[in-house]
Design a protein around this ligand. Sequence first.
Ligand SMILES: [Fe+2]
Length: 275
Amino acid sequence: MKRRLNGPLLVFGGPYSNLEALKAMREIADMRGLTPEQCLCTGDVVAYCADAKACVDEIRNWGVPVVMGNCEESLAEGASDCGCGFEEGTACDLLSKQWFDYASQQITQDDRNWMAGLPRQIDYSYAPFRLKAIHGGVDEINRFVFASQKMIISEELLKADVDIVLAGHCGLPFYQKVGDQHWINAGVIGMPANDAQPRSWYCLIEPDENGLDVSFHQLAYNHERSAEKMRQAELGEGYATALETGLWPNLDVLPELEKKRTGQALSFNRFRINP
Ligand SMILES: [Fe+2]
């Protein structure tokens, strides 16, 4: 599937069953006058928060292209967990099993069929650039790729064989350039970025006569309401608190550098991508 782009592209990751965040994202897209085709979700529509079914309904109703996340893959297959590959018995493993069972009970067979039909990659042409949207790694849906892992990024970029990769899954927004190739992770909207801010992040790519302008933006939404719903659903305190404090309940998946940055406010400049 190859899509041709002319105007701006709004990229967002992981709604994570956070309906308030997803609705806020849609409102921003509408405010900017962006059509669904000018938006992209990099997967994991369903995860930690309380509104699994409502988020699936919202995103299907919105009609934005969605790349399959490991959460969609696992729910579509009727698997027993989210497929993140967390080590058995770790905090991540236990927390993910909890929301997974809850989400699995909410969604319908029709939702699972929709998830099963999602593309694993979406190719864009954004003259003169070639882009590929994926979830984790190019061949591995649940591969964590973080900003500090330049070797992994260059390996993945080599496989992708395009100018720009738009990725998700890791939960943290970042931009990296390796040679002439670019890796953009828009972050996720359904959880904060472990930066002690309750707001989450998304990315906007805007073309001009000289190339592309890439900017990262914070998404403010009613996180108190999302946290309250998680508590009502008894989904565990860890991620409900994270929505309020902006700090993740555990850091198992993070490389050392990202661990050290816990609680530090993210500040992004705009990035230029020139032909
Ligand atoms: Fe994921």
